[in-house]
Design a protein. Structure first.
Ligand code: DHB
Length: 366
């Protein structure tokens, strides 16, 4: 192919390091998307370049710069953690390069550049739904536990504010560091506080270790319920968590058990190709590719402002349900489900039992 017939998409992901499962899931979803939909969009061949930032923001920034300047990518995508997305925002702005956040989920990310849009979710979307569910289901006194950075701040604030509004009580707000967290000391504090439930946000990849310690320290036996955003019952790890995960209720935008025909096909095709179950990161990657293909078709392969305009306002069906990119905020609008971990045919699944339709990001004030 001549250069003029090709457009490149630069995808930056943590393929190694603590968040490698996020990179693995999204890269696998992109590969599936291109196998299913071909490599043509907007009359051009779409070439995806995947770069590993190992979850380190200095790497993300350098790789983004190289992709824009040397590879002349039409879009940047990926971004496994909030600091990695925020580090890239000025590059998107300066180069007028559309940037599709497929994973990171702090509300403020889409306000960091007019060239940012998102196909993952925001923690306020997920956390507010739990702040409504818990007090209606016998949970009045809670302790919160979140990872001490952007999405954890959002989860803690939006869950706490909502449960207070619903006459609940937050006994204590606990945090663990992003890197190499030790859950033992905080779990002891939870035991001592004797809440009805512990609300947890941890980033994808930390749920299994947390769940193991929650069980080992007997918090479930002590009658403390576990609730949280769906990140802690992540489909990448859920099936290996064991019985301690049974009955855990979470709120989020995606479950591999979502019963739509489109999702059943997505999960079957994904598992056939990759031999593991897709999680919410995979669906963010797959939908991000759909968003970019639709955008390139509308812009006839042009990038910059033409492509950015074509990303805004898109509505399409995702394996999670219908999604919309709000044209004003560039933020995703989507259904948020309440789910309970159940065993079916010997496997653990997040089984959806309630839904809030078309949830905008509660974190957007404008
Ligand atoms: C972020 C990362 C995660 O793995 C997750 O599950 C939610 C949010 C983040 O860094 O924004």
């Amino acid at each position: 192919h001549a250069q003029a017939d090709t457009v490149k998409i630069g995808v930056i992901l943590p393929m190694t390091g603590q968040s490698a499962s996020t990179g693995k899931q999204i890269a696998a979803a992109i590969q599936l998307f291109q196998a299913q939909n071909g490599k043509k969009a907007g009359g051009k061949t779409v070439e995806v370049l995947i770069k590993d930032d190992a979850g380190v923001a200095d790497n993300t920034r350098r790789l983004a710069q190289e992709l824009v300047v040397n590879d002349k990518v039409v879009a940047l995508a990926g971004f496994g953690l909030t600091p990695l997305a925020l580090a890239t925002a000025p590059i998107a702005t300066q180069s007028k390069t559309p940037m599709v956040v497929m994973a990171a989920a702090t509300s403020a990310i889409t306000e960091a550049s007019p060239y940012i849009t998102r196909t993952s979710f925001t923690l306020p979307q997920a956390a507010v739904a739990m702040g409504d569910w818990a007090p209606k289901n016998g949970i009045k006194k809670v302790v919160t536990l979140v990872t001490d950075y952007g999405p954890g701040n959002d989860a803690e604030k939006y869950f706490s504010d909502r449960i207070l509004l619903n006459s609940g009580q937050v006994l204590e707000k606990l945090r663990t560091p992003l890197r190499s967290p030790d859950f033992a000391p905080v779990l002891q504090k939870v035991r001592d506080a004797k809440p009805d439930a512990l609300f947890v946000f941890l980033p994808s990849g930390q749920g299994a270790q947390f769940m193991k310690q929650f069980g080992e320290r007997g918090l479930d036996k002590a009658g403390i319920k576990l609730i949280g955003t769906g990140d802690i019952t992540d489909d990448d790890q859920l099936n290996d968590m064991g019985d301690v995960a049974l009955g855990v209720v979470t709120t989020q935008h995606y479950s591999a058990a979502h019963p739509s025909p489109m999702n059943k096909r997505f999960v079957a095709d994904f598992q056939a190709m990759h031999k593991f179950r897709p999680n919410f990161m995979a669906v963010g990657g797959w939908d991000g590719m759909r968003l970019l293909y639709n955008g390139l078709n509308a812009s006839k392969g042009a990038g910059n402002d033409a492509l950015m305009a074509a990303l805004k306002g898109q509505v399409f069906e995702s394996p999670r349900g219908q999604i919309l990119i709000d044209a004003q905020t560039r933020e995703i609008v989507q259904d948020i489900y309440t789910r309970r971990v159940e065993k079916k045919d010997g496997q653990l699944w997040n089984v959806e039992f309630d839904v809030q339709k078309s949830v905008k990001d509660p974190g957007k004030t404008k």
